[in-house]
Each structure stands twice: as C-alpha cells, then as structure tokens.
Design a protein around this ligand. Structure first.
Ligand SMILES: C[S@@+](CC[C@H](N)C(=O)[O-])C[C@H]1O[C@@H](n2cnc3c(N)ncnc32)[C@H](O)[C@@H]1O
Length: 580
C-alpha cells in the first residue's frame, strides 16, 4: 500500500499496525523502532505518529504523480544497487560509516545494510518527504525479515543537500572507514533554469566561469557534478571509498578538474552501465568509484560494470588531458598549437528565413515560401551532414550572408539589394525573436561566425556533430566560396594546392589516431575548436618527406610542398601579431 505517498510493504504495515496501536508518544515509538531497525528518529513529532496510525487504518490511497524532473529523479533499482555494493565489497571495503547523500527510495541504503557487517553509522539524506518515509519503511521491513543482521545507528534525514553541513558530519566520522555512495540528481543547472526550479546550490557559479562562458554554455553544469565535488571535498581524507552513479560527462569533468583539485583519491574507475536498461533513459552513465585518502591520481580505468572487462584508460598524461592514454602515447608527437586558426561556420539562429533551397530559378525557404533575391549575398551552405565525402563541390542549401564581418552595418543591403532587403524586412519579426544576447544591440539581420576567413575559396572542414574524424575539402562553386554552418569547423585557404596539402595531412593516420586519443566520443560535441587547435601542422609536416607524399598528392611540385611550410610560418606570426 502507499502511506505518506510512499510505498510500504506488508511486513512493515502489519508490524506498525499492531505495535503502534497503543502508543501515543512519538518518543516511545522511536525507542521501539530504534530497537527493531536502528533508525534514530523515525518520527519527529506526535502529530506524525498519529497521522501515520490513521493512514495505516485507511484502505489503499493513491500517491500523486508529481513532476520530479527538477530533482533529477532516477531511482536506482535494487538489483543495480546490490551489484554496485557487491563490487565495492569485493575490493575489500569494510565501511563503518555509510553516507547516501540523496538517498531517494533507499536502494543503496538497503544494499549497504545487507552487505556490510561492520557498520556503526549510516546516514541518508533526501529532500523529498515521501522518499524519506519509503526509505524508513524499507529499513523497518528489512530488519523485520533479517533480525539477525546487526544494526548500525541509522539516520534518514529530510533535508536539502545544498544547505547541509557535511563538514560537521565529516569531523564526527573522520576515524571510521567510510563509504560515500549514491546516485545524485541527473539534471543540469540550465535545465533547472528552464523549469524555473530553485533546486540549485547557492553558489551556482562554483566553477568560476566568466560571463562569456555562461553565454557559450560553458557555465552549464550538472547538479551531480556539484554534489560529487561537495562530497569529495568533505570526505577525500577519510579512509574508504567513494561510489556514485553519474553521467559519463560528469566523470570526464571530475578527472579534468582533478588536476587542480588534487583530491586524495586513487584507483579511480569508471564502470559503464546500460542506462536504457537500468533507468529507461538515453544518457551515457556509469559508476564512478575511487579509494579515498590516497595520493592524488589523475587517470581513470574505464570498464564494463556487467562483465568487468577493461576498456580504456583516460585522464592526464603528462600535462595533457586525453581519452586514450595508449593511443595518445603513439600519436602525441603532433600535439601542440595549430598554426592555422580553426573557425566555426556561420551562425544566424534564423533557419526558417536564412536557409533556402533552389528551385526553378528562385528559392524556397523553410516556410515553403517562394523567394526572389539578388544573387550577390547568396552562398552555398554545407552542414555537418554534408561533410561525408573526401571532396565537396556542390550543396543542397543556400544562405544569405548579410555581413562580411561581425557587427558590420547592414544598411548597404537596402541601398544595393532591394529584393534581399524587402525579404529580410518582411521577416524581421523572425530575427527579432532570436533569444541569444549575441544579437542584442547589433545591426538588423546580423549573423555570427563570419569574417575574411568565411570568404576563403578553399576550405578543409570537419563536422562537429558526428563521431567521425575525417576532413572534407570544400571547393568553390563557380568562383564563389561555399559557406559552412556553425555545426562545422574549418580552415580556409586562398589557393587550392595549400588546401590539398592540409587536407592530406589532416586525413593522415597520425591525425586520425591523435584525434581518437584526445576526443571523448560520448561527448555531445566530440570535435571542438579546442581539440582542433591542438594539431600542430609543423610537427605533422615534419613527419613526411616530399618523396613520401608525392604519390598521394598528385600534380603537386616539391616547391609547392616547401611553400606550405613557409605559409605555416606566416600564419603563426600573424596569429602572434593579433595577440598584441
Ligand atoms: C537520481 S535520484 C537517485 C536516488 C537514490 N540515490 C537512488 O540511487 O535511487 C536523485 C535523488 O536526489 C534527490 N534530490 C534532488 N535534489 C535534492 C536536494 N537538493 N537535496 C537532497 N536530495 C535531493 C531526489 O529527490 C532523488 O531522490
């Protein structure tokens, strides 16, 4: 049945109905329950006791189905919690103190009580009252069925983790073998913002991102990451283990930040789980496990939780953060700073109006309207999905490039291109709806990701949306450069020979292995500007002699190959100049 909106099984119902029948003081009830199941404060007031007794006399009551998204509510099934706890126990863990900081319906609490026989104290914290009750009922039922199992002092606290003082708890328990275990909320601060939820830490900007990072999304973080850091901070100098089910991206961030945090953790493991099966969600997640109070380690062993097969080792190798330490060791010789500046394609946030297809001499926009425009501001446009081939000379879509550089005045469109201006003006409302603050205070119909580089006729491009790491050579159409959208990255060249050499170098096994070694394939955007800027073209170029490349680079002369080296020098010095 349900009681206080929490599930309660027949063992607990029968016990509570019979034993509480004559009890009227919550303190007397607490003494009885503490004796039976170890929970210190089963009831907080007489009212709670009376309320529960009344509810137990009623017949089945339906629990309300609430929107629990703001609490990142994905309860761990008992089987998974048991599997995790068993794995920890096999590592010789003998905790005396267990902390489940967001204990939900208590799967990890029950698994720990069942597994660990040396427990002195167990603390569970949960913000949602029905889950607090459900955990207490489960513990009661567990001990009613397992009387012989020893009982630690148990506290299941109804509290908000963001205002809980862990330091105090850490001080009290510092001499005990500790296990911090759980599955913190799966939700990001941005998702909470969109829901207008207040379930956030007070210091939301705990990574100290600046305003620009907040705009570009770098300031977005997972609540699970905040909670992991909070607890590692409080307990990393305890002897014991830390075991959290978290998203893969959170583990990556924890490892990345370990360089500056230097938590006293080692034996770091990431054990992949099947989230679809366990939680019915398509989010890559895992068990993050580490030993506490050790010399800080900076690498993580990735495994499969179900068959314990070792998959990969990632983390810090010397001063670089890499996905595969083995691959990186083989390909690291080209790691450095790119001589060419990688650029992201054009961004306009107005697809309905700005992107069109050609049809019988006119254009059709996303609203299926026929549009007549001067050709001057029209360019072919490639998206990530168009970068599948070695070379690309055609395009499905076109776009209007309203500016040659960011912030350029757009009044010239009215003077020179009346058809284009009329179309843009007619649809101004679509542009005005753009939410991003990058468009605020900018000329009408502004775009981003545009500059001289956008008009380079030859480009070597890669998709930022797919997991593939091949590069496409983009050639102009009728002398007009083809543009890329903001899901792509590229470098631009004024002449075809240099573009072909760059294209050849980038598709060489050195770059392919290097990219595979540094990109985290489960990230939403595996390829980023940051990743591409690590390809040192000079070091890459030095790995080849002209004799080795002459057959692959047909019709390219030795002089042209050498000229490429000079171009790299020029690009590098112009990059350095822009720093002053
Ligand atoms: C992903 S669920 C996991 C629950 C439980 N640890 C388990 O493994 O089944 C996250 C839990 O965190 C709780 N929670 C969310 N925000 C919280 C907060 N601010 N303080 C305490 N608990 C919170 C939710 O109510 C939910 O029960």
């Amino acid at each position: 049945m349900t009681c206080f909106e929490a599930h309660i099984d027949n063992f607990a119902v029968d016990f509570l109905r019979s034993k509480l029948f004559h009890i009227t003081s919550f303190e007397t009830a607490n003494t009885l329950l503490n004796d039976i199941c170890g929970i210190n404060q089963f009831f907080n007031t007489d009212e709670e006791l009376i309320d529960l007794k009344q509810k137990l006399q009623e017949t089945e009551s339906e629990s309300a189905i609430l929107d629990r998204r703001a609490y990142g509510d994905f309860q761990t099934n008992q089987e998974l919690a048991n599997r995790v706890v068993k794995y920890i126990a096999e590592k010789e863990a003998k905790p005396q103190f267990v902390l489940e900081p967001t204990c939900g319906k208590g799967s990890f609490v029950i698994a720990s009580l069942q597994q660990f026989k040396n427990l002195i104290k167990l603390v569970g914290i949960e913000v949602y009252l029905p889950y607090v009750w459900e955990t207490k009922f489960k513990i009661l039922s567990f001990y009613l069925q397992n009387e012989a199992i020893s009982k630690p002092a148990i506290e299941i606290l109804h509290a908000n983790i963001f205002s809980f003082s862990f330091q105090q708890l850490a001080t009290q328990t510092k001499d005990w073998q500790t296990l911090v275990i759980g599955n913190p909320p799966w939700v990001t601060n941005a998702e909470l913002g969109a829901m207008d939820s207040k379930n956030l830490p007070k210091k939301s900007n705990f990574k100290k991102h600046n305003g620009i990072d907040a705009i570009t999304g770098k300031g977005n973080f997972d609540i699970g990451e905040y909670i992991s850091l909070l607890l590692l901070n409080a307990f990393h100098k305890h002897n014991g283990q830390f075991a959290f089910l978290i998203k893969n991206t959170v583990v990556k961030n924890l490892l990345y930040e370990q360089k500056s945090n230097s938590f006293h953790i080692e034996g770091i493991e990431k054990l992949n789980i099947d989230s679809k099966k366990e939680f019915e969600v398509s989010v890559d997640a895992c068990l993050f496990l580490c030993q506490l109070n050790q010399n800080p380690a900076f690498i993580c062993q990735e495994m499969d939780l179900y068959n314990l097969q070792k998959l990969n080792t990632f983390g810090w190798y010397k001063d670089k953060f890499v996905y595969s330490i083995a691959d990186y060791k083989a390909a690291s010789e080209i790691d450095g700073i790119s001589q060419f500046v990688w650029r992201q394609g054009i961004k306009h946030d107005c697809t309905k109006i700005m992107e069109m297809e050609r049809c019988n001499g006119h254009y059709i926009n996303k609203l299926k309207q026929e549009v007549k425009l001067e050709k001057d501001l029209i360019y072919g446009l490639l998206k990530s999905s168009d970068l599948k081939n070695k070379e690309q000379t055609s395009y499905r879509k076109i776009t209007i490039v309203t500016q040659k550089k960011i912030g350029q005045d757009t009044q010239y469109i009215q003077r020179n291109f009346p058809l284009t201006y009329a179309y843009l003006k007619e649809n101004k409302a679509h542009f005005d709806k753009r939410k991003s603050i990058i468009y605020k205070g900018k000329p009408p119909f502004s775009i981003f990701g545009v500059g001289d580089y956008s008009f380079a006729p030859y480009k070597v491009a890669i998709s930022g949306m797919y997991k593939t790491t091949h590069f496409t050579l983009v050639l102009p159409d009728d002398d007009k450069p083809i543009m890329l959208d903001d899901t792509c990255y590229f470098i631009g060249f004024e002449d075809l020979v240099n573009a072909r050499i760059a294209h050849f170098l980038l598709n060489s096994p050195f770059v392919q292995q290097f990219l595979k070694s540094i990109i985290f394939s489960d990230s939403k955007r595996a390829i980023t500007k940051q990743v591409l800027m690590r390809i040192d073209f000079q070091k890459l170029y030095n790995l080849f002699s002209f004799n080795e490349v002459r057959f692959s680079l047909e019709n390219i002369e030795e002089g042209e190959w050498k000229k490429f080296e000079r171009l790299m020098g020029t690009e590098l010095s112009s990059q350095q100049m822009t720093l002053f």
